[in-house]
Design a protein around this ligand. Structure first.
Ligand SMILES: [Zn+2]
Length: 176
């Protein structure tokens, strides 16, 4: 099984391509998507960073990868370890959790800067939010003020671990 609880449906948006849209009113704190992921030592387009050297890769067929970037997001990412399977491979659950009440028809997303220290493929954000940080390159590319505001807003495990201050030496590892 690769995916659980789903309160959203993929829809085609003319500007953004495939996005995830809430099927119904979603309450703050609800787990919207839950997908199993394997842990690898490298990042990919859709992986979520777990620790300085571990990246969670959700399995094929999941829809979590369709959650878009939002500088003022309505969701956050949580990563929860699960017991190792018979192959002893390290597994986690990656959850998309509502940070506020979300209306039916709203698209859902999270701030990608909360899920990776440094992107190998930064992109320009055009979300139009007051807090838009422009080029999205990972947590390390934010100013300390921007980082602090994300600390306050999120319970992203990778950030919450407090390891970010020690990561400069990791940057080369993140870049493919
Ligand atoms: Zn933005």
């Amino acid at each position: 099984m690769t995916s659980g609880i789903t309160l959203v449906t993929p829809r085609h948006d003319e500007k953004k391509g495939l996005v995830l849209v809430a099927d119904q009113h979603i309450r703050r704190g609800a787990v919207i998507i839950e997908e199993q992921a394997e842990i690898l030592d490298r990042a990919s387009m859709h992986s979520v960073q777990y620790t300085p050297s571990k990246h969670a890769h959700t399995f094929e067929g999941g829809i979590l990868k369709l959650a878009e970037h939002m500088c003022e997001p309505n969701c956050g990412i949580a990563i929860v370890p699960v017991a190792a399977d018979s192959s002893n491979a390290e597994r986690v659950l990656v959850k998309l959790v509502a940070l506020r009440n979300i209306s039916g028809g709203e698209s859902v997303g999270f701030n990608y800067n909360t899920s990776d220290w440094c992107f190998s493929h930064p992109f320009q954000c055009e979300c139009g939010a007051n807090s838009c940080t422009g080029l999205i390159g990972g947590f390390s590319k934010l100013t300390s003020k921007q980082q602090q505001s994300l600390f306050e807003l999120f319970d992203a495990p990778y950030i919450a671990e407090g390891v970010l201050g020690n990561l400069d030496s990791q940057e080369n590892v993140m870049q493919e």
